[in-house]
Design a protein around this ligand. Sequence first.
Ligand code: SAM
Length: 236
Amino acid sequence: MNLILLSEDDFIEPPHRVRLRGRRFTHIAEVHRAAAGDELAVGLLNGPAGTGRIVSVARDSIDMELHLDRTPPPPLPVTLVLALPRPKVLKRALVAAATLGIKRIFLINAYRVEKSFWKSPVMSRENVREYLMLGLEQARDTVMPDVSLRPRFKPFVEDELPEIARGSIALVAHPAASDPCPRSVQRPVVAAIGPEGGFIPYEIDLLRACGFTSVSLGARILRVETALPFFIAKLF
Ligand code: SAM
């Protein structure tokens, strides 16, 4: 945790004093071994970042005095369209996406997405939020990404995606593609990544019809959680 994320509920004396319990208290006490007077990086969810000076440490809570004077790091101009992977992989992908600064994520269905994935507890609003918070804390960011679920592929691609991709470079990572992934792009990107079994040709055709270019990330077939940061790193 490189930054402690705070929400409005943490304030005991707004706008400067917070009390932290639970996961963040344990982390500060056990990992930072912080004591009164120490300063830690903090940030207000969807707000500024800065430092928190510990004013007191109790058995199960810590009080901090805040000095919020910094803006969070700039977002990445990427919209991620991710075919829903296995729950374990989804968790890693969400943490990675938030760490990289992606602020808009569409989790979509595809032919090779197992139906049961949509019912996984990992998909609960609370869990998705927790994974994104882990990513934000890692990157010292405060701005929560927006995650939307699209359990029907065709209506999403035909009815919504053209508008989402307007003004952006629209790319779908596809191992069979002959075009290489562009580098040093200067425009926003909509980046689509397929399910663990890959997009089927019909889905690639539909994405192409909506303006997407299919691109290769190289000769090696990467797991979804590897393909995501590799794809983004190639682009910027
Ligand atoms: N057998 C599947 C196929 O050929 O599509 C492999 C799917 S791969 C495990 C999961 C997703 O990661 C793919 O749908 C694609 O979006 C992305 N991916 C992985 N390796 C890639 C590569 N070398 N080039 C382009 N995309 C890749």
